[in-house]
Design a protein around this ligand. Structure first.
Ligand code: AMP
Length: 369
């Protein structure tokens, strides 16, 4: 596993449950969330070729839990061991410009955009797309980082300053009724299994609440799943993948972002699906048949950010969640809480989605979120 965060941790738990041994390669410090459960934890920079060689000598197959891995590292891995998803899928989706061009090439619906590299280009793009629109850095952006909304009042020269020297994608502003995502897996033989379409609510650009199943019409679910399949096939994808989408006010679904890995909006699958997103990742990369992705119980997931920790090493009082008979608390074993840091999540099950949502929001309020 390349990467040592919570996604790697939940993968490692599932892989070990299935009898596999796991080695983690991460630039995080020793004892990272995934390393706590791994058989082997190697802590080195992604361009440390000697350390990488040592890691590759111990594994049969490689996957990743985040996409911002240098291309040189992906190529070094792929030269000696199978990498799933492959470097093409990771390379395409780690960079917004490449991701958007891939979507355009494949004819997959997404917001209209222009690629710009200087202020003159930005001025033309904004004139073309109209205001509001949004500037997003092409490389290494996540959770809304490296984004700037251009409104009627925005001075473009000032807005461009933080993008100076970089390439950026300017996107038309999408008028949406809700944001949804589809998480699923594609096996080595091309068979696909999606968990369904979930509804996501963000706060300060970070996922806050996932409601599953999404409260949208069946046609919207069909469109969302078709888009997921088009992306998975277009990338010749192997492993678990998430596609985040907008449901537009005129009833269409368009792709916002692709995550070449399990996703925060798929954490509910651990408690609410027959086979969860991490089990699917492990099955896919090991060349095994995928499991049944069906959701058996309506569920709502709430993220736990470091903001609610009273001090970096002092946990909140979890009793509201622990006392709820159908709430499941997941903590990521991070040594210290920091504002906006993803520390854990909880999932609430219900007989109906309204019941799960009502209970989850009550618990959320009890925790002071
Ligand atoms: P992203 O990092 O691209 O996922 O963007 C973070 C959040 O900003 C999204 O979840 C949306 O809520 C919002 N956003 C991003 N792009 C657009 C857009 N083109 N139109 C409207 N809202 C957007």
């Amino acid at each position: 596993m390349l990467g040592g965060g919570q996604l790697g941790r939940m993968f490692t738990l599932e892989a070990r449950r299935a009898g596999y041994r796991v080695a983690i390669f991460t630039d995080e410090k020793r004892g990272c969330p995934a390393g706590q459960f791994a058989d082997v934890e190697i802590n080195a920079a992604y361009d440390d070729t000697a350390a990488l060689k040592g890691f590759l000598g111990q594994v049969d197959v490689v996957t990743a839990e985040f996409e911002n891995i240098p291309a040189s590292c992906l190529e070094a891995v792929e030269a000696v061991k199978p990498l799933f998803p492959g470097s093409k899928a990771i390379f395409t989706t780690q960079h917004r410009e490449r991701e958007k061009l891939f979507l355009r090439d494949q004819g997959i619906a997404c917001a209209e955009f222009r690629v710009v590299s200087d202020l003159a280009g930005l001025e033309i793009a904004v004139a073309d797309l109209g205001r509001p629109c949004v500037i997003k850095t092409a490389a290494f952006g996540y959770d809304g980082k490296g984004q700037c909304k251009v409104t009627a009042e925005t001075d473009l020269a000032e807005a461009w300053r933080s993008f100076e020297g970089h390439r950026a994608v300017v996107e038309q502003w999408v008028s949406f009724v809700c944001e949804v995502s589809v998480v699923g897996a594609r096996a080595r033989d091309g068979k696909m299994a999606v968990h369904g379409c979930v509804e996501n609510q963000h706060t300060h650009h970070i996922l806050d609440v996932t409601i599953s199943p999404a409260r949208v019409a069946p046609e919207i679910v069909d469109q969302a799943i078709e888009l997921w399949e088009a992306v998975a096939n277009g990338l010749d994808y192997v492993g678990t993948m998430a596609v985040e989408m907008f449901v537009t006010t005129d009833g269409h679904v368009i792709v916002n972002e692709i995550a070449p890995r399990p996703h925060n909006s798929g954490h509910y699958t651990i408690d609410a699906c027959v086979t969860n997103q991490f089990q699917q990742q492990q099955r896919a990369i090991c060349g095994l048949p995928l499991g049944d992705p069906t959701q058996h119980t309506p569920a709502v997931m709430i993220n736990l950010l470091g903001d609610i920790w009273p001090a970096p090493t002092v946990h909140p009082d979890w009793s509201p969640v622990l006392n709820h008979p159908r709430a499941k608390l997941h903590l990521y074993g991070k040594a210290e809480a920091r504002p906006k840091r993803k520390m854990g999540h909880f999932t609430v099950l219900g007989d109906t989605i309204d019941e799960a949502l009502e209970d989850a929001l009550r618990l959320r309020a009890a925790l002071g979120i």
